[in-house]
Design a binder for this molecule. Structure first.
Ligand SMILES: NC(=O)c1ccc[n+]([C@@H]2O[C@H](COP(=O)([O-])OP(=O)(O)OC[C@H]3O[C@@H](n4cnc5c(N)ncnc54)[C@H](OP(=O)(O)O)[C@@H]3O)[C@@H](O)[C@H]2O)c1
Length: 259
């Protein structure tokens, strides 16, 4: 039985990803910060579970302490990690650990989840990490990633975060090369959600359509062994951020400081 963790599990795209994994028989751990919503999704998914178990873990992904405690508490192997959670507050806010919220959730949680869970994935035959990023990406400013010097704009913060997700995918893939673990990123789809609404957008795709590319990267046989790539609409697309190795290393070194 393969086991998976999905962050942002009860969100619009996250819940459709979870449905897809349950239909494939995965043993699934739902991750989110609202226990009632996790329980509700767990109950819904269990009624359609194709043999796998569904459990959940309450994690505030803006906090290193919460992620570390989750990783320490898990004592079973992991085949699939899907980093999907994201936030886009209108005003600059900080986590309880004093980190700007989009940097904390949209970037550091991806990085920390990979770092603290990669040892759970060692020795699995086909271990995969999927970073749900976006085509809406750019403008990363490593001299001020948390908007301490420049005025905060939630769209600017989001675009730089999604650029960082795509760049860290390349960095992790390089570091994990030669291991059994692959790391890929994707744009999911344009789906109406709490997140898209926070940028003034709706969405013209269904949650199932939005989940299709993350699920493709997670389960499709054709992706076995593929690593460090970026996908949109089930297709590999050249990522404009993947060739600047100096910038990728600078980002990685910055993110390592968050561990
Ligand atoms: N929707 C789109 O059109 C679109 C387009 C491109 C990329 N994406 C990407 O797709 C992914 C999913 O987005 P979505 O549209 O499905 O958004 P969503 O419905 O708002 O889901 C985001 C999820 O992240 C969770 N989350 C936020 N902060 C958290 C924290 N501190 N701790 C734990 N969980 C937290 C949210 O939980 P709470 O409700 O408790 O905050 C929610 O479950 C994101 O990575 C996003 O960047 C979406």
């Amino acid at each position: 039985m393969s086991s998976a963790i999905v962050t942002g599990a009860y969100g619009a795209i996250g819940s459709a990803i979870c449905q897809g994994l349950v239909d494939k028989g995965y043993d699934l751990t739902l991750v989110g910060r609202d226990e009632a919503r996790l329980m509700n999704l767990q109950q819904k998914l269990e009624t359609r579970a194709a043999g796998g178990r569904v459990d959940y873990h309450v994690v505030d992904l803006s906090l290193k302490a919460s992620i570390v405690s989750f990783a320490r508490s898990r004592n079973k192997p992991l085949d699939l990690l899907i980093n999907n959670a994201a936030t886009g507050p209108l005003r600059r806010t900080e986590s309880a650990e004093g980190v700007e919220m989009q940097w904390a959730v949209n970037v550091l949680s991806y990085f920390r989840m990979i770092h603290y869970f990669k040892d759970h994935m060692i020795n699995r035959p086909d271990a995969r990490i999927v970073n749900v990023a976006s085509y809406w990406a750019g403008g990363l400013d490593l001299s001020d990633p948390e908007f301490r010097k420049r005025p905060y704009d939630n769209d600017v913060a989001y675009r730089q975060a999604k650029q960082a997700d795509r760049m860290m995918t390349v960095a992790w893939a390089g570091r994990l090369k030669g291991s059994n673990i692959t790391v890929n990123a994707c744009h999911p789809g344009d789906v109406n959600s709490k997140l898209s609404n926070s940028f003034g957008f709706g969405g013209h795709e269904t949650p199932a359509e939005g989940a299709a590319t993350p699920l493709f990267l997670a389960v499709d046989e054709r992706i076995k062994g593929v690593t460090g790539k970026y996908f949109e609409h089930l297709q590999e697309v050249r990522c404009s951020f993947s060739s600047d190795h100096k910038a990728i290393e600078a980002l990685f070194n910055e993110l390592v400081r968050s561990l």
